[in-house]
Design a protein. Structure first.
Length: 214
């Protein structure tokens, strides 16, 4: 069952009730709003100032960083150039050291070769000295023997000179030269010669008619 409400009855029932005018704290709210706006403006200004200071500090830091970066970049360039120069110098020194080591090695090889040659030359010189000494001794013995033989042959040679008018001369390479005089009746002092090779086992001479006059 639906209840129907009579609006007029309800209105008439509350007609004698007095309704007061609404009170709204406008001034208080206005003051609060003004205070809030003031505080908000102060907050915004403070934040703006902080932002401006931070921005200026950032700009300053950025500028300083640029200068620092520029300085660092310049130092890096200088260090890079020095590094390149040091690397080139090190390379040159390494090459010079290798060349010096190679030269020292070559000199050591030459020195060893010289020492070997010196030892060989000393051995050869010692052998040559012994040979020379032996030859000198042999020559001295031969000369002594020849002198002894000459002393023994001198009487016979004197006989040949006086009786046969013959003189014997020793020539190089063991050659003997026989010289005769008193053959030519017209000129008894005219010499006639022939040579005999003493190296041959059998002496071969020329006939008297073939003697050469000199």
């Amino acid at each position: 069952m639906t209840a129907e409400v009579n609006f007029q009855e309800v209105t008439s029932q509350f007609a004698h009730v007095a309704i007061s005018d609404p009170t709204f704290p406008y001034d208080e709210i206005k003051d609060s709003m003004a205070t809030f706006l003031k505080q908000f403006d102060a907050f915004v200004n403070q934040r703006k100032q902080e932002f401006s200071e931070k921005h200026m500090q950032w700009q300053k830091t950025r500028s300083e960083n640029k200068e620092h970066y520029k300085s660092l970049h310049g130092k890096i360039d200088v260090f890079s150039h020095k590094h390149d120069e040091l690397r080139k110098t090190l390379k040159r020194e390494t090459q010079a050291e290798e060349a010096l080591r190679s030269a020292i090695s070559e000199l050591n090889v030459k020195r060893e070769a010289i020492e070997r040659n010196r030892d060989l030359l000393e051995t050869q010189a010692e052998t040559l000295r012994r040979e020379i000494k032996s030859r000198k001794e042999a020559i001295a013995a031969r000369e002594k023997e020849i002198l002894l033989q000459q002393s023994r042959n001198e009487p016979e040679l004197q006989y040949f000179r006086s009786k046969l008018a013959m003189t014997i001369y020793t020539l190089p390479a063991n050659l003997l030269e026989f010289t005769f005089t008193q053959i030519n009746e017209k000129n008894l002092s005219q010499p006639f010669r022939f040579v005999i090779d003493a190296n041959a086992r059998e002496y071969q001479g020329t006939a008297a008619l073939d003697l050469k006059y000199t």
